[in-house]
Ligand binder design. Sequence first.
Ligand code: PHE
Length: 340
Amino acid sequence: MEAKINALREQMEAALAAVHSQEELAAFWQSYLGKKGSIAGLMKELGAVAKEDRPAMGKVINQFKVYAEERYQQVREEMDKQELAARNQSEQVDITMPAVKRPVGSLHPITIVKDQMIDVFAGMGFEIYEGPEIEDDDHNFTRLNVAKNHPARDMQDTFYVAEDIVLRTHTSPGQIRVMDAEKPPIKVLVPGRVFRSDSDATHSPMFHQMEGLVVDKKITLCDLQGMLDQFVKKIFGDGVKTRLRPSYFPFTEPSVEVDVSCFECGGKGCGLCKGTGWIEVLGGGIVHHKVLENCGIDPNEYSGLAFGIGIERIAMLKYGINNIGLLYENDLRFLKQFKD
Ligand code: PHE
């Protein structure tokens, strides 16, 4: 028996020396230490040994088993160590290499200016309302006092989606929607995309407007000028002055264009203000009594002011952008200049 064990020990050492993978190690365990392995086989042969020799023989076999298990464990640990070392080696990183830089995005200039505008008006207590971009003729024109065949429709070259359905030509239909839904006092801002069949260096078929509407008792043109004066000072600087010029919109009466004193030359006259010292920035006026009536608001009790600001126009003036197309081409060389 002992000779057999010695032979098995040698055989086992040779087998262990040949183990180079986890699979081979598992196979080794099966064939020596498994249920049907050689050592279990020795235990079975114990039955054939003389009764008095059995305990001593059993002890020898057990010792061999413990020894085999230890050897198995040693080889396993050694193998784990080698595998870890190999992995560390293959996954080694050179920390002196320059890192891969992830470019950080930035807000689009339209978004920056829109957010600034909202901030200014939110500070005056305006709430935000957003209406649909596809509008019916009624909201976009008729209830704003622009009847069918009214020559004022020519002011806005319209995209028709279907009979009486248009891509909104301005954010003013938002006025109607808000007045339909709420009773005065009303103080809302309607930012959004608008569409006109118009395209040159300063016009685009899609652009953004910010509508303002205030309806309350005793609202006057002074309130309009005061609010817009605050607005332009916040956007273009404290030194900028405002002036109102008479204008015409069917939905306001009186109607005004708002000019700001040229922030480039301080009013002396330059290329930006075309020598006049003033730059036109937006339109507005006192809400026409017919528009209030169209929304069930009594014009004898309430009055309103409204204004519409072109967001692109403000952004182009503020940043000195001379071609509106640059705002839509998504050229990174352009966009990168607007990190806040
Ligand atoms: N809706 C007008 C436009 O797009 C601007 C405007 C808004 C004028 C509100 C007066 C009052 O040209």
